[in-house]
Design a binder for this molecule. Sequence first.
Ligand code: GDG
Length: 455
Amino acid sequence: MSRLVIVANRVPDPRERGATAGGLAVALKDALHRREALWFGWSGATVAEAAATPAEHRKGRVTYATLDLSEEDYRHYYLGFSNGALWPVLHYRLGIARFAREDWEGYRRVNAAFAAALAPMLRPDDTIWVHDFHLFLLAAELRKLGCRQKIGFFLHVPFPPRAVIMGMPKAEAILQALGAHDAIGVQTEDDAENLRAALVTGGEAEAATRVGAFAIGIDAAGFAALAARRFRTKEVDQLRDSLAGRALAIGVDRLDYTKGLPQRIAGFGKLLQRFPQHRSRVTFLQVAPVSRGDVATYRALRRELDEMVGRINGQYAEPDWGPIRYITRAVARPTLAGYMRLARIGLVTPLRDGMNLVAKEYVAAQDPEDPGVLVLSRFAGASGEMEGALLVNPLDPDDIAEALDVALTMPAEERLARWKPMDAAIRANNASAWCRRFLAALEGAEAAPEPARAG
Ligand code: GDG
């Protein structure tokens, strides 16, 4: 089998294992076990002056090759264009996006520099798989350098309707660069339709035919086993004892404005206000590790949440009960799995999400004899596969409160009937199935387009 080259903004550090492994590392684990691989991208380090050749580490059959970013590139490529412009636009938030020509230039520069560093490492029969919006231009840059290998792209986040994306400066350049791929994967059919329409508008009608939906999965069996194993440990016992028999609702998200956290907390407040029978009967645990703390929008969100949680806790707390527990540190993955199993409700209400792995992890973690209820945003990609969830509009705190009331009073048979098909779905479309499906589409694709193709 030919070598698989993974290109992603972040590369896991092979010296750190287990609990710190990122989502992509978990999703690709299977594929990386089966064949020789090269994983190429940013080291996560920022230095005054970055070297042009990557540092390499080898572990098993995988070589990890990383570049550092200069401070200037970090500011323009990462904070500026990737996080300040693309992230909000792709999540339908054109109005809060910030554009600056220097950011775009930095984005182009880093994509070109990554391509220039990767090209000499490539073998003629490599299969290249590029991940996510940080690297939209990479394949086009590789083509300019003469690379003819199969190159696939997977977008982990949503792709917004044409009118939204076309409102973004430089959208045409991005769409044109997407045309350099042999296969383009997105999470859902809606994303695929939006991307196809944008490609047609951007003069890349042929590339539109190479777009497909590939919903990402998790290692469902592995996560279920982890949750079951971790259910009786000191950490989970501590949480269980502290609840004193009350129901637990859990939320787990990076602290990000796409995750709908203020609306979710307002929804929990509405539950206590409108359904007083649940006061002192349910505790909401929100784990929200701080993310992108260098970006002003994220700092503002954190302040807003601090205030909301304080106000609701102040309003409803009893001497022996606080409604909301809010943790902005990361919790170890095995402990999280145990917490999820303990929770009667998984509360997952992003305003927009490519997929949302937490929804799937919550389902996987449940006790098959006595599963909890998933309350899920209809705007998470996962909602397409999670038929047994209580779907809510995440912008509507009253809708969230009503769903929480239904979940808290749902009889055991209904919980089980709703959970079973969801569990079957996430086990069938697990991480390795996702990998295999995408790679089959890529490796079965027609030969690479001509580098000098007009467009
Ligand atoms: C992007 C897309 C798409 C969270 N807090 C802790 C922690 N987590 C873990 C979760 C989950 C992962 O991080 C988050 O994945 P999500 O899918 O929910 O969201 P994004 O990070 O935004 O991911 C998304 C995904 O890519 C994959 O394609 O689904 O739509 O936005 O696994 O459990 N893990 C640990 N401690 C924490 O405190 N250990």
